[in-house]
Design a protein around this ligand. Structure first.
Ligand SMILES: NC(=O)c1ccc[n+]([C@@H]2O[C@H](COP(=O)([O-])OP(=O)(O)OC[C@H]3O[C@@H](n4cnc5c(N)ncnc54)[C@H](OP(=O)(O)O)[C@@H]3O)[C@@H](O)[C@H]2O)c1
Length: 287
């Protein structure tokens, strides 16, 4: 009996810059059929010349997600690999975060990823093979002050991925988490821009916000920034995760960041809090 041809076409979200763009290029360079997507198609310029097909896809827009998956399915039979990469970081003390912004954070980082998985799974099940790579973060395993919205969205993405992995394995579909630490992309600029836009010197959390901004800058710029990873390193990890026969459930990039994850898991919560108090000025604390 003839083995049905399996689509190994990859659909990658958030390819306007950073990790998504590097991943699309890496997968295309390895000879895969790659659909590089972004909510603003003009930001995909240059990718077609380098072997990618391009599509508009906004992970907060149901019709654009459906249209993109339908297009790949019509061309290739199925989406063989889905890389849920689109995302951003919403910072700010939880008391002050408008719920509307928190909802948008979840819409982008979590619901968009799950919805796309729902849309591609029928095709993957039909062909008995598929791979879903969810770009989470080490921030999906640990928490730091002032980053609650982002952590909550990425922790939720980790939980969904763990459950989905079990539910779809029998259909030949693997679900993999890629967990970057500090990576030199536009991510920090976007996060700092959001924080600055809500800046209020009279806020009881103003000092915390200043520390959050300084820590983020520190991790990505200056001498500490030298340790920041490159989007290409994450792209190579995604490429490995889709290529190997039996991928790991989680890949931390750069590998050294596994130390943070281990510390977050092993230290008692009160000890972690004490560590955070050394790094961030606790709001409301009397001196
Ligand atoms: N850089 C880091 O230090 C780091 C660390 C851990 C995890 N991550 C995760 O890695 C992923 C990629 O981030 P990056 O570092 O490459 O940052 P980036 O350069 O800012 O890229 C983020 C991408 O997500 C896209 N995006 C945002 N909202 C979208 C939407 N509604 N629909 C479609 N695309 C949308 C952006 O598109 P626009 O150009 O249209 O905004 C952009 O293409 C994110 O999930 C991020 O949370 C990054």
């Amino acid at each position: 009996m003839e083995t049905p041809v399996r689509s190994r076409a990859a659909l990658v979200t958030g390819c306007s810059s950073g990790i998504g763009r590097a991943t699309a290029l890496q997968l295309a360079a390895q000879g895969l059929v790659v659909y590089a997507t972004a909510r603003r198609p003009e930001t995909l310029v240059g990718l077609e010349e380098r072997g990618c097909r391009t599509l508009r896809l906004d992970v907060c827009d149901e019709s654009s997600m459906c249209a993109a998956v339908e297009r790949v399915t019509a061309d290739q039979g199925a989406v063989g690999m889905l890389v849920n990469n689109a995302g951003y970081g919403l910072q700010g003390a939880l008391e002050e975060l408008p719920l509307e912004e928190l909802r948008r954070q979840f819409e982008t980082n979590l619901f968009g990823a799950l919805r796309l998985a729902q849309l591609v799974l029928p095709g993957m099940r039909r062909q008995g093979w598929g791979r879903i790579v969810n770009v989470s973060s080490v921030g999906g395993r640990i928490t730091t002050p002032g980053n609650g919205a982002y952590h909550a969205s990425k922790h939720a993405l980790e939980a969904l991925s763990d459950v989905l992995r079990f539910e779809v394995r029998g259909f030949g579909v693997d679900v993999v988490l890629v967990e970057p630490a500090a990576i030199a992309t536009r991510w920090v600029e976007t996060a700092l821009g959001g924080l600055a836009a809500r800046e209020d010197p009279g806020s009881p959390y103003a000092a915390l916000h200043a520390d959050v901004a300084a820590r983020m800058r520190g991790a990505h710029e200056g001498w500490l920034g030298l340790a920041a990873g490159h989007p290409e390193a994450v792209a190579r990890t995604v490429a490995r995760a889709v290529a190997v026969h039996r991928p790991r459930t989680r890949y931390v990039v750069p590998g050294v960041a596994r130390l943070f994850v281990a510390a977050g898991r092993l230290l008692p919560a009160r000890t972690w809090d004490a560590l955070m108090r050394r790094m961030y000025r606790p709001p409301g604390a009397r001196s």
